[in-house]
Design a protein around this ligand. Structure first.
Ligand SMILES: NC(=O)c1ccc[n+]([C@@H]2O[C@H](COP(=O)([O-])OP(=O)(O)OC[C@H]3O[C@@H](n4cnc5c(N)ncnc54)[C@H](O)[C@@H]3O)[C@@H](O)[C@H]2O)c1
Length: 258
């Protein structure tokens, strides 16, 4: 049997806020495979909440990192560099859009500021985190970011976040193209709906969770644990020739036309 052994590898996981976070499920899989992890959280108010759910991960460090603040992004990697000259993995699992931007009429409710905020947090942040992470990936590396099918087809109500995911998927391709020569791979996972804090901000998530078991080939919803398994694949040598890809982990929903 082939086992994925990531002992001796070091990674950074962003986007854990509570026990439902997809990032936590990814982090658990990486930890079980032997990877040592740094973890970030978005703001000081969340630290305690995050501390409660990560003890099993035994992280090397827990740092505040609001991805809208470039200095904070840089500071995280300066902290990491104090202990490690090399990292192997970056998990981008961060997204945000103001609640008023989600649901309702796309054309009427999408504001300039909401658009900029959504793309700053949910898309640009992959560029800024990668800019800092790549120099530390001197043995090659693997980066993943979390997307959703609304990047490619219309999901009513997902609105500006869909635009952010489209940008994210193209950023994945540009980063993969540029960093390939350093053996740094960049991929995305397009997950089916999972009931998390962010998902609850999307009007219509309850409908999404009902539609997948009816329409998806596997006739069910997915779990965050299954996203963790796919992430483990993309972050391990098992996927050594895969880059610039967006892997659907959605029970096959994306192949169904009607
Ligand atoms: N849950 C789903 O149905 C689903 C489906 C497809 C893709 N995704 C994506 O998965 C990723 C993780 O979301 P989740 O569903 O686990 O929800 P979540 O709420 O657990 O995670 C979202 C994270 O983004 C962080 N964040 C928001 N603004 C930030 C900022 N300025 N700086 C740093 N961090 C910030 C939050 O603190 C939180 O940890 C997101 O990219 C989301 O769009 C989720």
């Amino acid at each position: 049997m082939y086992t994925i052994d990531l002992k001796g590898k070091v990674g950074l996981v962003t986007g854990i806020v509570n026990k439902y976070s997809i990032a936590l499920h990814i982090a658990r899989k990486l930890h079980e495979a032997g990877m040592e992890l740094y973890v970030t959280y978005a703001n000081p108010d969340l630290r305690e909440r995050v501390e409660e759910v990560i003890p099993g991960l035994d992280p090397l460090g827990l740092f505040e990192c609001d991805v809208q603040k470039e200095d904070m992004v840089k500071a995280v990697f300066e902290e990491i560099r104090k202990k490690h000259d090399t990292i192997h993995t970056l998990v981008h699992s961060v997204a945000y859009a103001p609640r008023e931007e989600l649901g309702g009429s796309f054309v009427e409710t999408t504001t300039r500021q909401g658009f900029l905020t959504a793309l700053d947090v949910s898309s640009y942040s992959l560029i800024s985190l990668t800019r800092q992470a790549a120099p530390l990936m001197n043995e090659g590396g693997s980066i993943i970011a979390m997307s959703y099918i609304a990047a490619q087809t219309v999901i009513p109500g997902y609105n500006v976040m869909a635009i952010a995911k489209s940008a994210l998927e193209n950023i994945i391709r540009y980063l993969a193209y540029e960093l390939g020569s350093k053996n740094i791979r960049v991929n995305g996972i397009s997950a089916g709906p999972v009931n998390t804090l962010s998902a609850r901000g999307i009007k219509g998530v309850t409908t999404m969770l009902k539609v997948y078991p009816e329409k998806a080939p596997l006739k069910r919803n997915i779990t965050a644990d299954e996203v963790g398994d796919a992430a483990l694949f993309l972050l391990s040598p098992m996927s050594s020739a895969v880059t610039g890809e967006v892997l659907f982990v959605d029970a096959g929903y994306h192949i169904v036309g009607m």
